[in-house]
Design a protein around this ligand. Structure first.
Ligand code: AVJ
Ligand code: FE
Length: 438
């Protein structure tokens, strides 16, 4: 892409992303905008002004070298200074002030975009800082969508039904990925964040991986078989959490005496058996995997299933190849506010035959969030480095709430193993028995 095309592309992405942020914040009234819908989440009005504040810090000040617009509010919107549960008590900008502030910042960013060379990947003159800010806002759009899911009251968001695949019923339950090395991570993907870098070779042994994510129907069989009452299926931490939090079903499920219903953005509906299960914690995913005699995939296995092309030995950008995600490939971008039925998106299939690796639900892996060999924090330690360690588990693939520009075959998300207000699901993997390999 030439520099002028890149400039137009960045401008389009900024504008497109802001339109989604506006839908998420203009669709509720002021009372809902400033309210805390769960102690796990910020008020929506905090996310909105935080998006503007990061854009002011990273682009207007650091890249543009311009004077601060609102130095008095830096602290309020610093995610490290105040826990989410404490944010409603802060003297936050009100709805109108927040909208005006993000608009002022954005005007300055468009001026800056016009005079930035956009060459290379340096913070001061490259396109990366703009790409990072676009992705930061998109990540908050997903966070705000999760807040919408926690909000009580009538539906305010609209969506379309996701597609169904004609061959869904004939898919195998699992596919085999042969052992060997592959290239994990990337050194060339322009908008890849620091934790996805650098590209490095990894050896992975033979493994089976589920063709699709585990569905609600599968998960209900685990529940009906006493899954929530059998400590031997859970890790020690998982079982302690299961008892403490009184878990008995995925988040947002309710039993009406006859059947399971789920709340979904203000709708209450029977749980659809053929949709990937969503709003489960790592601990629940792990218990399910134990129950069915499998395990969660490692992060390395997940990425190999999603990217390795055995015909060429190369790692693809996405399961379907190197082209950007289209609506035919994956359920991304908040077009559908639910996962697509099991087996959807045949055109998004990976070389190994697995489907729905990108989009639909974030998939828990068994791997702790750690740096790749050769990692270097860029542009700030606070994006990922401060989170590395055993407290966070890696999730892969993005969800229906993730923007296509904020998700790649290499993209890494992370969260605490107890979290389930995010759009999290999983698929299982297992090590082959010798007689299965031939
Ligand atoms: C990558 C989703 C874990 O929301 O904590 C947003 C993204 N970082 N603002 C988060 C993020 C700073 C991050 N996750
Ligand atoms: Fe943020």
């Amino acid at each position: 892409m030439g520099i002028e095309d890149l400039r137009a592309h960045v401008a389009d992405e900024l504008a497109r992303t802001r339109r989604r942020s506006a839908v998420l914040t203009d669709s509720v009234d002021d009372e809902d905008l400033v309210r805390q819908h769960s102690p796990l989440m910020s008020p929506l009005v905090w996310d909105l002004a935080h998006v503007g504040s990061q854009e002011e810090l990273w682009l207007v000040r650091d890249v543009g070298g311009a004077e601060a617009i609102r130095p008095d509010i830096d602290d309020l919107y610093d995610a490290f200074k105040h826990a989410r549960k404490d944010r409603p008590e802060l003297p936050l900008l009100g709805p109108e002030e927040a909208r005006e502030y993000v608009g002022t910042v954005r005007d300055k960013v468009f001026d800056l975009l016009d005079r930035t060379p956009l060459e290379g990947r340096r913070l001061v003159d490259g396109a990366f800082a703009f790409g990072m800010i676009v992705q930061h806002e998109q990540q908050h759009d997903e966070t705000m969508l999760a807040t919408h899911q926690l909000r009580r009251g009538a539906p305010v968001l609209t969506d379309e039904a996701p597609p169904r695949a004609a061959d869904a019923d004939s898919l195998p339950a699992e596919v085999l990925v042969r052992g060997g090395t592959f290239v994990m991570g990337t050194s060339t993907e322009p908008w890849a964040l620091d934790n996805e870098r650098p590209a490095h070779e990894v050896h992975v042994d033979d493994f089976w991986i589920d063709t699709t994510p585990v569905t609600n129907g599968d998960y209900q069989r685990f529940m009906a078989d006493g899954g929530y009452d059998r400590p031997e299926l859970w890790s020690a931490d998982g079982w302690a959490h299961r008892l403490h939090a009184k878990l008995r079903a995925p988040r947002f499920w309710e039993h009406d005496g006859q059947r399971w219903l789920r709340r979904r953005f203000g709708h209450v509906e029977p749980v659809p058996a053929d949709e990937p299960v969503v709003h489960v914690s790592f601990h629940e995913a792990q218990a399910y995997a134990n129950w069915i005699g499998k395990r969660l995939p490692t992060e390395q296995e997940w990425e190999k299933a999603a990217r390795h092309d055995p015909r060429t030995g190369r790692s693809l950008r996405y399961p379907w190849g190197d082209g950007d995600p289209g609506p035919e490939h994956a359920n991304l971008g908040q077009r559908h506010l639910r996962p697509a039925p099991r087996g959807a998106y045949p055109e998004g299939e990976a070389p190994c035959g697995a489907r729905q690796l990108i989009g639909d639900v974030w998939e828990w892996t068994s791997t702790d969030f750690l740096p790749y060999p050769g990692f270097s924090a860029f542009p700030y330690r606070e994006y990922s480095e401060v989170f590395f360690g055993p407290d966070y588990k890696v999730l892969r693939g993005g969800s229906f709430g993730t923007d296509p520009a904020a998700c790649r075959g290499t993209f890494r998300n992370w969260d605490y193993p107890i979290r389930r207000q995010i759009f999290s699901g999983f698929r299982c993997a297992r090590t082959p028995r010798p007689e299965e390999l031939g």
